[in-house]
Each structure stands twice: as C-alpha cells, then as structure tokens.
Ligand binder design. Structure first.
Ligand SMILES: [Zn+2]
Length: 503
C-alpha cells in the first residue's frame, strides 16, 4: 500500500503588472500565419483563425468555461526542454508556442498530491484548508492505505462550491479530496485496496454521478479494463472527461490524471516508462481540446494545465518512528501493534510532521528536539537535513497542529511506521514532499485558449490558481491567500477581464 500511496504523490509570488498585448503585434501575426500545422487532434489552427477574426473586429466571448487538467507530477522541463529528453509532446509544445506558461510555479508545503490539489481549488495553503498531508492523522496505524478522501474535511470554500452557488455547471474527474462533493458530474478519487478489483470498482460507480461511468463504459469499450482504482489509467480518466465535456459542457471541469507521477516514482523523472507517460498525458490533453471543440465551446474556454509537484531521486529511506519507539514514545504490544503514543511522525517522503499527543508534555518535546537536532548534525547518515519549529511551519503555510517538521536530505525519503529498521534502501526511484522552494519540486503551469496570449508568467504560485479562475468566472473566493495571476491575454479579452470584479 505504501507503494501505491507514493504513486499518488503519495503528493506563483509577484504578480506581473502589465497585460501583454503580444497578439496585436505584427511580429505575432507573422509568426502565427507562418506556422506549419500538423495533423494531430487538437488543431489549434481553428482557434487561432477565429482569434484573428476577433481581432479583425468581431467581439470576443467572455470566458465561460475553465478546464483544469492536473498532470500529477509533471515537471516544467517536460514542456520547457522536451528535446533534451526526446519527448514527443506536440500539444504541450503548441501550448508553449501559443499560450502562457510558467518556468516553474511555487507549490505548497508539503509538496504532495492532496494538500496541493486542495490549494489549487481554494487559493489557500494546506494549514488553512486543513488537508495537510495525503494520509490521515492515524497515530495508532489503524487506517492503513487510507488517504484524506473526503471533501467535508476541506475547511475553506472551493471553486466548485463557488461555481455551483452561481448556478454554473461543475464537473470533477478523479480530483483528490472530492468524495462527498456535489457537482453536476463527479467521479471522486477513491480506492478501497491495492491492487483494486472489479468488486471494489462497484464502489467507484456507486459514489459517482448515477449512470455516468456506465455511459462512459458503453462509449469506450476498453474503459473498464483501464479503470481499476487505484490504477486508473490516464486514458480512462480522459474518457470520462471527454464524455462529460461533450454532453454537459461544464463551466468548470477539474480533471486529475497521474500516470506521469506513477512512473516517475517507479523509474525516476525523464527515465524509463516515465517518458512514455509524459507523451500519453500529452495525447490526453489533445483529446480534451478536441472534445471542447466538438462541444462548440472552445471560443470561450480557457484550458489550464497544472501539476502539483516535481520529483527528486531517492536511494535511501529513514523511518523516524523507530527512533521514537526506542525512546519510549511509542508503545507496541507483543504482536507489534501500536497501543499508545506520546509522539507521532506523519511522513510525506521529502518531509514529515512530528506531533505530540499531550499539549503540556514538555519532556517529550525536549526528547524530540534533542533527537532531531542530533539527526540534522549527522544528516549524511540520518537522512534528515533540517527541522522546522512551530512558527516556521505556520510561516510556510503548513499544519499549525504540528510540533516539528522534518526535511529529508537529498536522496533520502522519510517513511512512516515504528517497526523494522530505521534506515533502509528506498522503495521508489523518486519522491517528492520537500519544501516548495526546492527547484526539483516546482510545478507546471500552462494556460491556453482563444483568449489567452503568448508569454511567460512570472512569479506564479499554486495558491494563485483559484483566485485567477474565480476572477474569470465571476466567482467569490474572498478568503483566498493567493492573488489573480496577470496572464497575457489576446486583445479582445484584455479589454474585458479587468472590468470584472476581483474576488
Ligand atoms: Zn501528485
């Protein structure tokens, strides 16, 4: 289960002040008209032909549809330097050529999947929205393999709630932390055990919009073979999104695909099967664009490609819970079952939180401080290179309930549990979860559509995504900690969007 937990990642600052009118420049027109178009599905030619019709005097449509595709673990290098890795990613290349892109947006702490995806849709840090790790707080280890599945645990308003409140159509496809969320079409991310079974998939059908997955399975005959959570292949999840786009035309669609993350964990970034996974993800983005065009809503759609974190290679792992057990802070019975605890380590691979059960237990706090300060002094052998105290954790947007946070040394991953050896070889080739300012943890961000201009987005943060979408769709997210990004826009939209009220 640990393996699959890792496979689910198991895990923007200054705002540019000038709206770029790049598309209006003669150079841009020349560049666009000189481009040689291929035969692949997304066919942005149509979009840009329409764009120049707009520029010739037709009024542009306001943005009424936003599609967010989260390509879990996608590293910005995948679209900034595809040739360096021989990647066939025609859609990503086209989006970089025509759309807006970040060279690496700032994620949240810890840089793992569930906290990050929840920050994308709330505009606040994990310490504020409450989804502070992938796995639930379970010091007695009584929730093996569980994740923070449930939308009811999100403490802040989400984009889908704000969109529904305005009467907009919403859809979520395998977006983390959406079990129990309300939407016009929903397939929450959830699994019961690893590997999944056809019997367990009945539960996925039961918690999804009635009839939706049955209809997708009728349309795409190999869907059931590719949808077996926790293995739900990108192609199957995109099948759902394509069906929803063509039949519902949602104003807000959130799609989460994660084969890139899975294979980067297995083989490392830009290595082995991870390369093919990036190319597969590119093909799924093309399918989504084609579906939007078929649905007739491309003119007023913005497509956002985003990722939740990067990846870094790991060779060894450290299990600090073993040290806590040796210090008498965790009690086990004769069957090695945890019966009581004074301190608890909740890991996120590249980092971990340390909790103390009793607030006034000064003795345990001192033991933990001594233990981990000594570990940092010997980071080459302990695998822990830094500790963060409570106020630092709060300053990073982390969990205010934690006593300490640990940062793994380069090449090391922090894992959970209190049994076995404290130090062992890594189980995954690559991991994430380090603080978001580590360069390898930077996230992908691309925006594309008839209304989006070409250019670089500077200083982007994951927490800026929700306020940006809220502004475009006219939604209220008043408590957001992020700010709307200043995205380069095509001229017609440029005159329109600043008139919309900021969230
Ligand atoms: Zn992830």
């Amino acid at each position: 289960m640990e393996r699959m937990t890792a496979s689910f990642c198991r895990a923007w600052a200054g705002v540019v002040c000038v709206v770029l009118l790049w598309a209006a420049s003669p150079a841009a027109q020349q560049r666009a008209t000189q481009h040689t178009w291929g035969e692949r599905p997304p066919s942005p030619q149509t979009a840009h032909s329409r764009l120049f019709t707009h520029r010739a005097g037709m009024p542009a449509e306001p943005i009424e549809h936003v599609i967010i595709i989260s390509v879990d673990g996608l590293m910005p290098e995948s679209y900034l330097q595809p040739d360096a890795h021989g990647l066939k990613v025609p859609t990503l290349r086209e989006i970089v050529r025509q759309g807006a892109y970040s060279e690496g947006a700032l994620g949240v702490f810890p840089t793992v999947t569930y906290p990050s995806h929840t920050s994308m849709v709330t505009g606040v840090n994990p310490g504020t929205h409450g989804i502070v790790t992938n796995g639930p707080f379970a010091p007695l280890s009584n929730l093996p393999g569980a994740m923070r599945w449930y939308a009811e645990d999100i403490r802040m308003p989400t984009l889908w709630q704000a969109a529904r409140a305005k009467g907009l159509k919403t859809a979520m496809v395998y977006w983390p932390v959406t079990v129990g969320a309300r939407a016009n079409a929903i397939v929450p991310e959830f699994w019961r055990q690893d590997p999944g079974t056809p019997e367990d998939v009945k539960l996925n059908f039961a918690i999804s919009t009635p009839g939706l997955l049955e209809a997708v399975a009728r349309r795409f005959p190999d869907f059931r073979a590719k949808f077996l959570p926790p293995r739900a292949q990108d192609e199957a999840l995109t099948d759902i999104a394509v069906h929803v786009i063509e039949n519902l035309q949602p104003n807000l669609l959130l799609l989460h695909i994660f084969d890139v993350d899975h294979w980067q964990h297995e083989d490392g970034p830009f290595a082995g099967r991870a390369l093919a996974a990036v190319e597969t993800a590119d093909q799924q983005i093309a399918r989504v664009i084609a579906a939007v065009k078929k649905a007739g809503t491309w003119d007023d759609t913005v497509l956002i490609i985003v990722s939740d974190h990067g990846h870094a290679l790991t060779k060894q792992r450290v299990r600090p819970g073993v040290w806590l057990r040796e210090k008498g802070l965790i009690a086990l019975d004769d069957k090695n079952k945890i019966t009581d605890w004074k301190a608890y380590v909740l890991p996120s691979s590249g980092s971990a939180y340390v909790y103390v059960k009793e607030k006034d237990d000064r003795e345990t706090r001192q033991v933990l401080l001594d233990l981990f300060q000594q570990a940092v002094a010997n980071s080459a052998t302990s695998g822990i290179r830094k500790i963060f105290l409570h106020d630092q954790i709060v300053g990073m947007g982390g969990d205010p309930q934690a006593f300490l946070a640990l940062e793994a040394a380069e090449g090391w991953a922090i894992t959970g549990g209190a049994r076995g050896d404290a130090i062992a070889p890594a189980v995954e080739a690559a991991e994430h979860g380090w603080p978001p300012d580590m360069p390898a943890m930077r996230t992908s961000l691309l925006l594309y559509g008839p209304g989006i201009g070409h250019g670089k987005i500077e200083g982007a943060r994951l927490i800026d995504l929700a306020p940006t979408v809220a502004r475009w769709l006219g939604l209220k997210l008043e408590k957001a900690e992020g700010k709307p990004l200043q995205v380069p826009l095509r001229d017609a939209h440029a005159t329109q969007i600043p008139g919309k009220p900021a969230p």
